[in-house]
Design a protein around this ligand. Structure first.
Ligand SMILES: *[C@@H]1O[C@H](CO)[C@@H](O)[C@H](O)[C@H]1NC(C)=O
Ligand SMILES: *[C@@H]1O[C@H](CO)[C@@H](O)[C@H](O)[C@H]1NC(C)=O
Ligand SMILES: *[C@@H]1O[C@H](CO)[C@@H](O)[C@H](O)[C@H]1NC(C)=O
Ligand SMILES: *[C@@H]1O[C@H](CO)[C@@H](O)[C@H](O)[C@H]1NC(C)=O
Ligand SMILES: *[C@@H]1O[C@H](CO)[C@@H](O)[C@H](O)[C@H]1NC(C)=O
Ligand SMILES: *[C@@H]1O[C@H](CO)[C@@H](O)[C@H](O)[C@H]1NC(C)=O
Ligand SMILES: *[C@@H]1O[C@H](CO)[C@@H](O)[C@H](O)[C@H]1NC(C)=O
Ligand SMILES: [Cu+2]
Length: 569
């Protein structure tokens, strides 16, 4: 009797408390597979010390080193066509597993992640990009139609596998046409150490712009007349609009410090984020932990993430959380109403009466002097090239952007990685190929524009180092490049009528897209591709999977005569 109840108690404890995942102790055992959510802790990592992670810590150079847990986490995602009303207004939404945002992909630093994606749409291909994920020697899993795969045809599935060599916050989203902004996106959380202590996780908080028309319906306007105005916005897939819908709410316990993982998933909106009366401690830029700094108002542009810690240090009351589109570069019809609620008393149902912090309307990144990576890295003797961002119209009189010499145009059914595998080294101008054949070399690019539109520039397969930037300024040789531990991340703003200088190390063989993260601009050709260490790529290719996806796609296209009316990414 006693033995039985003790046994029962033991089982109850064992299933309620996740086993601490000690990387050193599991690294020697054979790899195991689990499909349950990852445990969110590692020995040593506690509320009073978030700097350590089992045998690793914030000082681990995650570009070359890191845990190997032997654990595999596995997810199944289904892209569906549904009707949702995130702000109380019904519309067609394309969504992962029927929700916006989709399910969270969660793992621990050092785990292997396997995701099976099924395309259950009837009239679109798909391909899911794991934004910011390094894809170290796993280029084919980057999820970009025309570059690393053919689109997944309706009714078909594709499995992606990658190792979580970084930790922090990101998101996955479709890289097929404008589908990401029809709702095909969701959170990625990789648990690891943090540069400032917190008690609890709120999780991801997504900031979106949102129209009552689909973005596919608005694309024609965007191509002929420029960016359309957007109806409203969402915080974590929710908002109240004209008396309908529900706002996202968070409950704070006095004295508790919360980790909030912010993601800007908008198609064309630069937000300033704030929580009335509260100050945030910023601890990470994209997947890069930084030396903490505090701010009341945070600039976050498309594709960027910030991990912030907010302490519940105010009076028991209700407070507005705000995402405010910046009019300098965003055209939103409901700018003052993209809000969520922070409550100290969960039973309260009243609207907050708090006032927003003052801010100056503009579309620039956080001050680079604040964005100091915790793990210091130095750029040495980079070799450079110049890329001009410009806009024009094509022969059909539609807007087309370019970065470099041509507007980007690639074919869904002839991905670059397949061309490299087949030994084809002939590239058309509009494929905008930059061939980086030397290994472990620092390269830099001066991206310049005289157009009065800022662009969030995103690079796949790397963090880039931000050597310099200027708004309403021209780059010349008098500009000092910051090579000594500059800000590092995977999305940065090319400022209005200005320049952005980025550098990276050619340490990751593959075909990597670099593009503007404004959805309209990606579709209108503001992209290029780096073929990095091409001689090493073929050995990384799983040809059967690659060609299998392409042949089912070709069969679908031949029977449905589907039209590529954008850049192909
Ligand atoms: C990336 O892959 C290379 C080659 O396999 C390996 O040497 C390196 O340690 C890997 N980086 C990380 C962070 O795992
Ligand atoms: C997504 O939906 C599929 C079925 O369509 C289901 O098998 C899977 O468990 C769901 N995934 C998650 C992460 O909820
Ligand atoms: C979603 O469903 C609508 C209504 O049936 C249809 O018009 C549209 O083409 C579908 N979209 C996709 C991507 O399957
Ligand atoms: C995707 O489906 C939408 C309808 O949901 C349609 O408007 C759009 O043209 C389709 N895109 C492509 C590239 O087929
Ligand atoms: C928020 O801060 C303002 C300005 O300091 C103050 O007047 C107000 O009382 C605070 N609101 C709450 C609910 O604490
Ligand atoms: C890149 O350039 C190198 C050196 O010129 C060449 O050998 C290689 O074939 C090129 N790769 C591609 C994919 O064009
Ligand atoms: C090589 O690539 C070019 C440009 O993408 C294409 O036109 C050509 O057909 C390809 N050649 C082969 C042999 O596949
Ligand atoms: Cu752009």
């Amino acid at each position: 009797m006693i033995l039985l109840s003790l046994l029962g108690l033991f089982i109850a404890i064992a299933s309620a408390v996740p086993a601490p995942q000690d990387a050193s102790s599991v690294s020697t055992v054979a790899s195991s597979t689990t499909s349950s959510a990852a445990v969110a802790t590692c020995s040593g990592n506690t509320a009073s010390d978030r700097s350590v992670w089992c045998d690793y810590d914030l000082n681990t150079d995650y570009y070359t080193d890191g845990p190997d847990t032997g654990v595999t986490v596995e997810y199944w995602l289904e892209v569906v066509n549904t009707t949702l009303a995130p702000d109380g207004y019904d519309r067609i939404v394309l969504a992962v597993n029927g929700t916006v945002p989709g399910p969270t992909i969660e793992a621990n630093w050092g785990d292997t992640v396997i995701i099976h994606v099924t395309n259950s749409l009837t009239n679109n291909g798909t391909g899911i990009h794991w934004h910011g994920v390094r894809q170290n020697r796993t280029n084919q899993n980057d999820g970009v139609p025309s570059i690393t795969q053919c689109p997944i045809a309706p009714g078909e599935s594709l499995t992606y596998t990658w190792k979580a060599t970084q930790y922090g916050t990101s998101w996955y989203h479709s890289h097929f046409s404008l589908q990401a902004w029809e709702g095909v996106f969701g959170p990625i959380i990789i648990h690891g150490p943090a540069t400032s202590n917190y008690d609890e996780e709120v999780g991801t908080v997504f900031l979106n712009d949102w129209s009552h028309e689909t973005v596919d319906a608005l694309y024609s306007f965007a191509q002929t007349r420029g960016p359309p105005s957007i109806t409203t916005g969402l915080i974590n897939g929710m908002n109240e609009y004209d008396g309908s819908g529900t706002r996202y709410e968070v409950t704070f316990d006095s004295g508790t410090k919360y980790l909030i993982r912010l993601v800007n998933a908008a198609i064309d909106t630069h937000f300033k984020f704030s929580i009335d009366n509260h100050t945030m401690t910023v601890i990470a830029t994209d997947f890069v932990p930084i030396v903490p700094y505090t701010t009341d108002v945070l600039d976050i542009t498309m594709g960027q993430r910030y991990d912030i810690i907010v302490e519940a240090d105010q009076d028991t009351a209700d407070y507005w959380m705000r995402a405010i589109p910046q009019a300098e570069c965003s055209n939103n019809l409901d700018s003052d109403n993209i809000r969520a609620i922070v409550r100290y008393d969960s039973t309260s149902t009243s609207d907050p009466t708090t006032t927003a912090y003052d801010y100056t309307d503009d579309c620039i990144d956080e001050d680079s002097s604040n964005l100091v990576p915790y793990l210091s890295q130095t750029v040495t003797s980079p070799t450079g090239d110049d890329l001009t961002v410009a806009i024009g119209r094509n022969s059909a009189n539609l807007f087309r952007w370019q970065i470099g010499t041509e507007s980007f145009q690639v074919e869904w059914d002839d991905p670059t990685i397949l061309q490299v595998y087949e030994g084809n080294t002939t590239w058309s101008d509009e494929e905008c190929v930059y061939n980086l054949s030397t290994a472990d070399e620092w390269v830099y690019f001066v991206i310049e524009t005289s157009v009065k539109v800022p662009h969030p520039i995103h690079l796949h397969g790397h963090d880039f180092f931000i050597l310099a930037s200027g708004e309403y300024e021209t780059y010349d040789t008098s500009v000092t490049l910051n090579l000594d531990n500059p800000p590092r991340r995977d999305v940065a703003t090319l400022p209005t009528d200005g320049y952005l200088v980025i550098a990276f190390l050619t340490d990751n063989p593959g075909v990597w897209l670099m593009h503007c993260h404004i959805g309209w601009h990606t579709s209108e050709g503001l992209a290029l591709q780096f073929i990095e260490r091409s001689s090493e790529i073929s050995a990384l290719v799983d040809y059967d999977t690659l060609s299998g996806t392409c042949s089912t796609w070709d069969t679908y296209v031949n029977s449905d005569s589907i039209d590529e009316d954008d850049s192909g990414v």
